[in-house]
Design a protein around this ligand. Structure first.
Ligand code: TLP
Length: 345
């Protein structure tokens, strides 16, 4: 009998901690559309400080944060440079076109990232009858590349090229703190070259809801208008924001453990001939596993489910594994054992 499901589908499944729930009951709140929720204001100020930006805005989701940024930085008919497996391009329902009337200019990356030459080629010459390239979006860590990190030097080179060509820069930093840990740097350093940055408190940080968008004061003033337009103005949102504040104290110092768990599981999987995993490239809490014939990803998903382990299939031959605080080291050992027992017969 399965006692407990071990959920490795995403770090979005993390539940708020007891401290978070207690703080939700006690924290001071107000109407944030009137700018009167002191807890939301506190989260925004703390986030701006952590990212080294002038201001920040609490938004309901990462998708909304990214899309508000795109709306702020562009006008209709503009092109936005994105990487082919990025979240903004693949998992936000074409919102950059539907909401902002922009076109994605897609670059095929390697491990989620493209190089300087590719970026230069993607920027249109400034001729009046061509779409204007006005925004570069990067992702760090890169989800579909298996939680890989964008090196700070590369980020700063790409942003420099963007700026020289009149493009604004936005970072989808949903998991920026995981990147900071893996790169042995700070979120502030990672955020530095970008005009705007979004990060999620609802992923590895384990808060139940919300993301934060940061940038200059002027940018955040505009972002506030679009947040309301998109239906994201929240009222007594302090009960959610407080979980972000708690997460910085309670979860952030232990976030590195999620990376250790991922490496342990990846190593165990690599020892089973039915799978292929690049253990040396497991940098953070996400990694991809190639499923070799005779199995297909969906079959492995079902096989694992019957043993109490949930993972996601990404395509016919790939599964994604994501570790987080609700998967203990004991669970990790269990997952390793289950994977080692999967055979072709
Ligand atoms: N990622 C989710 C799914 O949408 C794939 C997950 O389970 O990983 N940027 C990045 C890099 C993300 O990974 C996600 C969510 C978002 C943005 C969007 O955040 P939400 O779900 O809060 O809109």
């Amino acid at each position: 009998m399965i006692e407990k499901l071990i959920d490795l589908r995403s770090d979005t499944v993390t539940k708020p901690t007891l401290k978070m729930r207690e703080a939700m009951a006690k924290t001071e709140v107000g109407d944030d559309v009137y700018g009167e929720d002191p807890t939301v204001t506190q989260l925004e100020m703390k986030s701006a400080e952590l990212l080294g930006k002038e201001a920040a805005l609490f938004v309901p989701s990462g998708t909304m944060g990214n899309q508000i940024a795109i709306k702020c930085h562009t006008t209709m008919g503009n092109e936005v440079v994105v990487e082919s497996s990025s979240h903004i391009y693949n998992y936000e329902l074409g919102a950059m076109s539907a909401i902002s009337g922009t076109l994605p200019r897609v670059i095929e990356g390697k491990n989620g990232f493209f190089d300087e030459e590719q970026l230069i080629k993607s920027i249109r010459p400034k001729i009046y009858y061509l779409p204007k390239t006005t925004l570069l979006c990067l992702e760090n860590t890169h989800n579909m590349a298996g939680g890989r990190c964008l090196l700070p030097e590369k980020a700063s080179n790409l942003c420099k090229i963007a700026k020289e060509n009149g493009l604004k820069t936005h970072l989808d930093g949903a998991r920026i703190f995981n990147a900071a840990i893996a790169l042995k740097t700070t979120a502030k350093e990672i955020a530095k070259p970008f005009d705007s940055v979004m990060f999620c408190i609802s992923k590895g940080l384990s808060a139940p809801v919300g993301s934060v968008l940061a940038g200059s004061k002027e940018f955040i003033e505009r972002a506030r208008v679009f947040r309301k337009m998109f239906g994201g103005g929240m009222r007594q949102a302090g009960v959610l924001a407080v979980c972000g504040l708690i997460a910085f104290e309670e979860i952030l110092p232990k976030l590195f453990e999620d990376h250790e768990k991922a490496r342990k599981i990846a190593l165990a999987i690599s020892q089973n001939y039915l799978f292929e995993v690049e253990v040396e490239n497991v940098e953070t809490n996400i990694f991809m596993v190639k499923v070799k014939p005779p199995f297909e990803a969906n079959q492995i998903v079902e096989k694992l489910k019957s043993k109490g382990v949930l993972v996601s299939s990404i395509d016919k031959n790939t599964i994604r594994i994501v570790t987080h605080k609700d998967v203990s080291f004991e669970d990790t050992e269990k997952v390793c054992e289950i994977f080692s027992r999967i055979t072709a017969v």
